[in-house]
Design a binder for this molecule. Structure first.
Ligand SMILES: Cc1ncc(COP(=O)(O)O)c(C=O)c1O
Length: 451
């Protein structure tokens, strides 16, 4: 081995920080300076700019999180209205979920890859129990895009079709397969050609999907799957018109096409029901989930499909679809099991619905009061978007909120529409506090932009 003693010494210091109960001011300053330097030097200068764009004047280094807030190294508190884009539905380091996770860690972290790991089975059953209709075969992955990859592959293997239909504005992740069915040019252009057999239609237009499938069939091509978000998240919380999914379901049934519903962001209570597709009254053939699924403490994602999708080919060779080393590992499964129980016991979907109503009502009142700053407000449950009159205005508001201790997703590149996805555990008082701070930021932005 080469001489890595310097690395070891440096790591001893970092491990000391991790293990420390109270860092000294000198240590905090060192961590701050080293973080800035190492991001710039070893992560990416652009990333630093992007990641901290609303805090560039005084970079905040995050260190702890708890309940409904994230905290900086110096104890700066931020009420979390970004919610990790939907990760923290059960709050940060939820004690009931942490309890289970730490108990699991005491006897096993990862699986042998050979013996039967029971938590995978328990979790698959629980997911089947809480998902609509006859969805009942699970496959666990580590990230959202990876779950989408599995859904796309499964649709091909199960239907024999080769084409995918997706929507303009769609976001399903950034792996090669997932951006192939993405609907935003900026994410795709540097990497084309991607998967070639993809057609894009306008989101919310069911007839366009029917026409697209029929046209491909007339040309001798078969569609494997239609992939849709039940509410488009990244595109800015776009809610489709009533009856859209019922009509798409019918087209898929008529043509033997798999309907893939991507619930990675909308699922696990976020929009006021355990799954958004419940509100649409249909059952997809394949459904993806992630983000909040790991309870805000572990990364775990997956798919669930209907019995007929899990074909003989997959029964004969269960690893044909994929065999991710860490997918469905015991630690991640324990977190997901605890999360599902917590969500049921505390009616997290119901909390998202009521608190979402309170938030949306407050934001709508502000939109009426400041029409030159806020263009529109929309949402379902605690998946809410505020559309500003320009990206610059939105960015200024995000900065204003940040300086008042409220975290949102405000980046210079895309601040016209800001999403609010706070934990379901956020209190009524905290929502009022956020609305009050939003009001203060609005006054300042209105004045400085002369609106
Ligand atoms: C609907 C949807 N699908 C897939 C993904 C990708 O998930 P990940 O970032 O974990 O790969 C996201 C992430 O925002 C998403 O919102």
């Amino acid at each position: 081995m080469a001489d890595y003693s310097k690395v070891s010494k440096e790591l001893a210091e970092v491990i000391g920080y991790i293990k420390s109960d109270s860092l000294t001011d000198e240590q905090k300053e060192t961590i701050t300076q080293q973080t800035l330097h190492y991001f710039d030097e070893y992560v990416s200068p652009g990333w630093l700019q992007y990641r901290k764009s609303v805090s560039t004047n005084s970079a905040v280094i995050e260190w702890t999180d708890e309940g409904n807030a994230a905290y900086g190294l110096y104890g700066e508190k931020f009420i979390d209205c970004l919610g990790g884009f939907g990760i923290y539905t059960c709050g940060h380091r939820n004690p009931e979920i942490m309890d289970v996770l730490t108990a699991q860690l005491k006897h096993q972290a990862l699986h042998s890859q050979e013996l039967l790991d029971p938590l995978r089975g328990y979790l698959a059953k629980a997911v089947a129990d809480i998902t609509p209709g006859d969805l009942d075969k699970c496959f666990f992955t580590n990230g959202g895009a990876e779950a989408v990859e599995m859904a796309l592959k499964l649709a091909r293997i199960a239907t024999g079709g080769r084409w995918y239909i997706t929507a303009v504005g769609a976001f399903h992740g950034k792996s090669a397969g997932a951006i192939s069915v993405g609907g935003k040019g900026a994410y795709r252009e540097p990497y084309t050609p991607l998967v070639q057999q993809v057609m894009w239609v306008k989101y919310g237009d069911a007839q366009a999907i029917e026409d697209c499938i029929s046209n491909l069939e007339a040309a001798g091509e078969k569609v494997a799957g239609v992939i849709l978000e039940p509410i488009q998240g990244e595109a800015g919380v776009i809610i489709p018109p009533p009856g859209y999914f019922a009509a798409v379901r019918k087209s898929c049934d008529d043509h033997g096409v798999a309907l893939i519903v991507d619930e990675i962001q909308t699922g696990m209570g976020r929009t006021g029901t355990m799954w958004r597709i419940e509100a649409e009254g249909i059952v997809p053939d394949i459904m993806t989930y992630g983000k909040a699924f790991g309870g805000g403490v572990m990364p775990i994602t997956g798919i669930i499909c209907r019995e007929h999708m899990w074909t003989q080919q997959l029964i004969d060779n269960p690893w044909l679809l994929g065999s991710p080393t860490f997918g469905g590992n015991p630690l991640a499964c324990s977190a997901a099991l605890a999360t599902i129980k917590y969500m049921i016991d505390h009616d997290i979907p119901g909390q998202c619905a009521t608190k979402g109503e309170q938030f949306l009502t407050g934001l709508s009142a502000l939109a009426q009061q400041y029409p030159t700053v806020i263009d529109s407000v929309r949402g379902a449950g605690l998946m809410i978007a505020v559309e500003f009159t320009s990206a610059e205005v939105g960015y200024d508001i995000a900065k204003g909120l940040f300086s008042r201790g409220v975290m949102t997703a405000g980046t210079l590149v895309n601040a016209q529409c800001i999403r609010f996805e706070p934990p379901a555990t956020i209190t009524e008082g905290e929502i009022d506090e956020v609305l009050a701070k939003f009001g203060e930021a609005l006054v300042v932005t209105k004045e400085s932009f002369n609106l």
